[in-house]
Design a protein around this ligand. Structure first.
Ligand code: ANZ
Ligand code: ZN
Length: 755
């Protein structure tokens, strides 16, 4: 993942790019073509807020920070292809961000509408739903307000099913996959129509429990529902609506929140039994979800139950089971007329079928996912390339006039509209369609737009004719290994997937997913505590690089634990790495004294280390155990300084350490062998010299790795298959499936193919 350049790199950057560099070196030396690029996610609020405070142009502070990041990455020795570097704030990059926007606009995937939006009063801008955490602004923590404004959206909801289904096709950590699933929030249920006879209005509701239809005893509209005042415009109702507007969706929907509401004095008819249900307005029903109206079933829903208790409404059980109400489990239908006795899961389908036949309902699917609000009323972002014309409406800026460059302004402070609105010379333009005077769009794009396609540009960074050449991009992509923090599990990783699919639909790409494999790194702590600026316990990588060298800083961060987990940084700990480096460096002087024909224990140890690092690093990202394997080898070397194989052992140690500590390792390697280690293939362990009693067997189900088990070295095919089948993890995946065949690659893997 590309960094957001602010100040100087922190420990998370050191870790992220040290992992990536180790993997890049490993794969280069195993014979792959490796593209390991770097860029900067350079637009965004922090640079702009800094500009407001200091008057410095955000471009200047951002570019100063980029220069600092670049110079530190170079000092760390990260093997980046610097020819492909760019910042997303450069016109040569954002020209193509605008170009992509226009392609999505042409397809109706970018559109503008009036919307109730999350407004941060502190930052004076709208926020995407994803940027509101517990009703507060993700950046500054202010309480978010709701406002009605014209905004730009990407129609990501059109892709909800594909974004969900294709999670199956990528190798991502389970917790990230489930976060994406929850964010998309697909619910299957039914739409059921309740009629208000008095007003002649039909109210559809979305329910995930049509099986509980006979248990509906009241009906609720959201306070924002447009019909509320039509049904009852009393002062009490007006006051209630006004009060509800202040609270966030999370607060309003919370199960434990005291329920409030007002009776509307009207009724709707339950389509299944003709009963009249009293109507209420209550803030636990949200306008943005489903239809903004619900049928309430207090016997089987927590919130309806709490509401019914407070307003003394009937609670009627319709599913048998559980001691107490509300009961949310399954069971036999009761009090449900002709459906009594049926299991509720079957009744679910039967009731929906009946509703359909009566034209009173139908199966329905609802998503939590909302369209992506991409416009920002801020300065430091990519201009949205359209103009507003009195006659023609919204008109795209022609491709040959891109980029629409960000103008300079004097005042960056947002005042409810974009600071760009003050750049009168820039705003005033001619309509590309009719030539009449028109005005440029003054909103800029969410920075997540910039980072939704940058990986494509890396493949073809200098292309001036197009954002990329399709053949080039199809050749490299998808990204084989993406690495970054879990904080991007939803926003960036969802948006980039959406862009990739939309671009593929436009015929611009051949693949559907941007990142085939994802690795999320864990958070580094210091002396057991979370690092934070306020506690003053952060680690500045440059301090340690100055003191101990880049190799030590890089290796230490990869040694403190598996990089997917946390890992604790301690100042004493890093000195252990430095001592180990000293011992390796001194070992370059050891000279073996005899003819190295016969294998020795040291030679075996070297092959053991090759085998271990190859598997630990290459398959599992286990950088910590890789480095400790080299430590073990170096200890053996010091115990056997005159071993005939000592030079081979030292060269091997350097070769295996190279992905972590490239500077020291290449020097040691050259002293021992006269060669450049990065030009050498990754070493291969001689199986005859491996004395392992066990080996690691990879167990797959339908080609997906489900377990790794230790298996005795002598185990034959049948034995390997038998042991693989015993793995509980595998059993869980075989569960119920029909075993079509089993593939055994002896000594390596067993794959169960199930239907
Ligand atoms: C009747 C019912 C009976 C429900 C029952 C649940 C349990 P998910 O799973 O999140 O999709 N609902 C629908 N629209 C709503 C809105 N705008 N605001 C608040 N609640 C809303 O939730 C779907 C369920 O949440 C729906 O199913 C509806 O309540 C409620 F025993 O309908 B249910
Ligand atoms: Zn016009």
């Amino acid at each position: 993942m590309l960094p957001y350049p602010s100040g100087e790199p922190h420990i998370g950057h050191l870790k992220n790019y040290s992992i990536g560099d180790a993997i890049a070196h490993f794969h280069r030396r195993t014979g792959r073509r490796v593209l390991h690029p770097m860029g900067y996610d350079a637009f965004g609020l922090p640079a702009e807020n800094h500009a407001i405070k200091t008057g410095q142009h955000p471009r200047d502070s951002t570019e100063a920070s980029i220069a600092e990041f670049r110079s530190q990455f170079k000092r760390w020795g990260i093997s980046i292809d610097w020819d492909r570097e760019f910042g997303t704030h450069e016109p040569r990059y954002y020209r193509w961000t605008q170009w992509i926007f226009l392609r999505l606009f042409e397809k109706g995937l970018a559109y503008r509408r009036d919307a109730a939006v999350n407004w941060c009063p502190q930052d004076a801008t709208v926020l995407a739903n994803e940027q509101v955490i517990d009703g507060r602004c993700e950046r500054c923590g202010s309480q978010v307000e709701v406002r009605q404004l014209e905004q730009w959206f990407f129609r990501i909801t059109d892709y909800a099913d594909r974004l969900l289904d294709d999670l199956e096709t990528i190798d991502w950590p389970a917790h990230v996959v489930s976060m994406q699933e929850n964010w998309i929030g697909r619910s299957e249920g039914a739409e059921v129509v309740f009629r208000c006879e008095e007003f002649g209005i039909d109210y559809p509701v979305f329910t995930t429990r049509p099986d509980t239809l006979f248990g509906a005893t009241f009906f609720v509209l959201a306070p924002e529902h447009p019909d509320v005042l039509k049904l009852n415009d009393s002062q009490e109702v007006r006051d209630y609506i006004a009060r509800a507007a202040g609270a966030s969706a999370e607060e309003r929907g919370a199960e434990d929140k005291e329920k409030t509401g007002v009776s509307l004095g009207r009724t709707v008819t339950n389509p299944v039994n003709g009963e009249e249900l009293p109507m209420y307005v209550a803030d636990y029903v949200l306008m943005e979800y489903g239809t903004g109206a619900i049928m309430a079933v207090p016997a089987h829903d927590e919130r309806d139950h709490a509401f019914a208790g407070k307003f003394e409404l009937e609670i009627r059980r319709v599913i048998d089971g559980g001691e107490e109400l509300p009961y949310t489990g399954d069971g036999a239908m009761v009090n449900s007329g002709r459906f009594d006795g049926m299991h509720n899961r079957e009744a679910f389908d039967a009731i929906v079928a009946w509703l359909e036949s009566e034209v009173k309902g139908k199966p329905a699917i609802n998503y939590r996912l909302r369209d992506w609000l991409l416009s920002r009323q801020r300065y430091w972002g990519c201009p949205i390339p359209v103009v507003h014309c009195e006659t023609c409406g919204i008109v795209a800026v022609p491709d040959d006039q891109l980029p629409v460059e960000l103008p300079d302004v004097r005042d960056y402070a947002p005042k409810g509209k974009s600071p760009l609105a003050a750049a009168e010379d820039w705003v005033g333009t001619d309509c590309p369609s009719c030539g009449a005077p028109a005005r440029r769009e003054t909103d800029t794009m969410d920075t997540f737009v910039d980072s939704s396609w940058y990986f494509l540009r890396y493949c073809d960074a200098d292309n001036e004719e197009a954002p990329w050449d399709r053949a080039v991009v199809d050749g490299w992509m998808p990204v084989d290994q993406y690495i970054g923090g879990v904080e991007h599990a939803i926003l960036h990783l969802m948006y980039a997937r959406f862009f990739t699919k939309a671009l593929a639909d436009l015929g611009l790409l051949r693949f559907q997913e941007p990142f085939a494999r994802l690795f999320t790194q864990g958070m580094v702590t210091r002396d057991g505590a979370k690092m934070s600026k306020s506690k003053g316990n952060t680690v500045s990588p440059s301090d340690y690089v100055d003191r101990y060298g880049a190799d030590a800083a890089r290796s230490y961060i990869l040694f403190v634990g598996h990089p997917a987990e946390g890992g604790d940084w301690s100042d004493q700990g890093i000195t252990g790495i430095v001592n180990f480096f000293d011992r390796l460096y001194r070992a370059a002087d050891f000279v073996g004294d005899a003819d190295p024909a016969e294998p020795t224990d040291l030679l075996r140890k070297a092959h053991w280390a090759i085998d271990k690092v190859t598997r630990d690093l290459g398959e599992r990202f286990a950088t910590h155990t890789s480095i400790s394997a080299v430590m073990e080898l170096v200890n053996e070397i010091h115990r056997n300084r005159e071993d005939p194989h000592v030079s081979f052992a030292v060269a091997t140690a350097a070769s295996l350490l190279f992905p972590f500590a490239p500077h020291l390792s290449s020097e040691v390697y050259e002293r021992v062998s006269g060669e450049r280690v990065w030009e050498q293939p990754w070493p291969a362990a001689d199986p005859n010299l491996l004395t392992a009693e066990t080996f690691e067997l990879v167990v797959q189900v339908n080609g997906k790795v489900r377990d790794r088990i230790e298996v005795p070295a002598g185990a034959d095919r049948d034995e390997q298959e038998r042991l693989a089948r015993q793995s509980p993890k595998v059993e869980a995946h075989l569960n119920g499936g029909d075993l079509a065949r089993t593939v055994v690659v002896p000594g390596k893997l067993v794959n169960f193919v199930v239907r």
